[in-house]
Design a protein around this ligand. Sequence first.
Ligand SMILES: Nc1ncnc2c1ncn2[C@@H]1O[C@H](COP(=O)(O)OP(=O)(O)OP(=O)(O)O)[C@@H](O)[C@H]1O
Ligand SMILES: [Mg+2]
Length: 472
Amino acid sequence: MHIKLLDVETINKIAAGEVVEGPASIVKELVENSIDAKSGMITVEIKEGGTEFIRITDNGCGIEREDIELAFTSHATSKIEDVLDLFSIMSLGFRGEALASIAAVSRVELITKTASGIVGTRAVYEGGRMISIEDIGAPSGTTIIVRDLFFNTPARRKFLKSKASEGGKVGSIVEELSFSHPEIAFRFISDGQNKLTTYGNDNVRENIYAVYGKEYASNLIEVCGGNEYVKISGFIGKPIINRGSRACMNYFVNHRYIKAEVIRTAIEAAYSGFVMQHRYPFTMLYLDVDPRIIDINIHPRKMELKFQTDIDVWQLIYDICLQALSNSNLIWRENTSRDENPKAVVEQKQVVPQPVVESKPVVESKPVVESKPVASIQTEVPKVSEAPEVSEAPEAPEAPVVPEASYVQSLSAPLDVRIESFETKRSSQYTRYVATKEDISDDEIKEQLSLFEKKDKNEINPDDIHIVGQVF
Ligand SMILES: Nc1ncnc2c1ncn2[C@@H]1O[C@H](COP(=O)(O)OP(=O)(O)OP(=O)(O)O)[C@@H](O)[C@H]1O
Ligand SMILES: [Mg+2]
């Protein structure tokens, strides 16, 4: 068989496969363009899971009429000029491929106007070819409508999942994008129904409330720290809101939602003394990274990222998460009747970070689940019996989980609070306070703990106790 050069249309269709997997990847690319265009408000609308209709509207800088043709040409971009720019890049796009790829496999309508333009422009593309271009009255910003995805590549259309499944993926990507830029107001509408609204007031906790609900929003630990290359901020969830999958581990690098092994394993390692095996935390971490130490040009979808100095980033994330977990009050209350189970207030503290030799430590012990009866001060160290195997639970319901640990001692407080000390497999220590009486107020608990004689430096500092626990 002779070797032939492929025609441009075929080349573009093949290249489109790298960028356009389905409606969610189109939404990601178009919203990222809107973000790069400095929009303050972005609306995403889809019909039938996005397979028939996607509309992204922004109020960003718009595209000049004479640039439209280039915008839809492969390898044409306004975001970099040469390869060196990749090492100082702060924009989400840089490949100059997304619009060309999307237009190659769908029918695209673009309406755009710059702030200084007198009129807007409407351009229509079908299968990568421009069909029409004309003046149109329009507000400043850009609207892109994508219809009939894969109309000219039926083989690829067959790979689309059900409309509900594709629509779900779009919803998730919009949520991630909205968290990546909390200063932008997002709206997501699916088949005429409003699914998500964020207000763009830079309030991450409020957005967590809107997307994940009250239980998550009220069980967050704020984190902050870093070094000269990496600044970390955001929230991590208290261990009680752990999940059976990694779906809630969100982290962003330079406001880009990505997947990075080094970040994931560092977070999981920090939580390993706090949650059971196969349970995963909630995180909403923001890494502001010097672009010189990262390479985002690994995959056409720009979802993966490489750090130049993996190990330092790993250690930094691990230390910051572990410190946040160790210093905060991981208290919760159980709203059960006294007969079945005493109302409980639980705190974990005094976790001592251990040197880490592996990138993903695995804790093998079983969780402590039993609650000891109130006891007087014990001198011997009773061993906690092995708890039954806990199989991987479905996403809900989320139950409070006591970290894997062995029981060290139980001390009776003067009145209605029992104090139990635990040592985890990784030699971390934590203490839990169990209220043994119903209707005990937070102030009473603090008062009683303050009466408790301090035994050693790991003992309770009543000033540290803030009972903020969720009522279960
Ligand atoms: N919503 C928008 N508002 C303003 N300009 C836009 C918008 N969408 C696209 N553009 C312009 O069109 C160009 C091409 O967009 P396209 O997404 O194809 O490439 P890119 O964003 O530069 O790189 P990448 O392929 O990595 O996304 C952009 O560089 C930008 O100048
Ligand atoms: Mg782009």
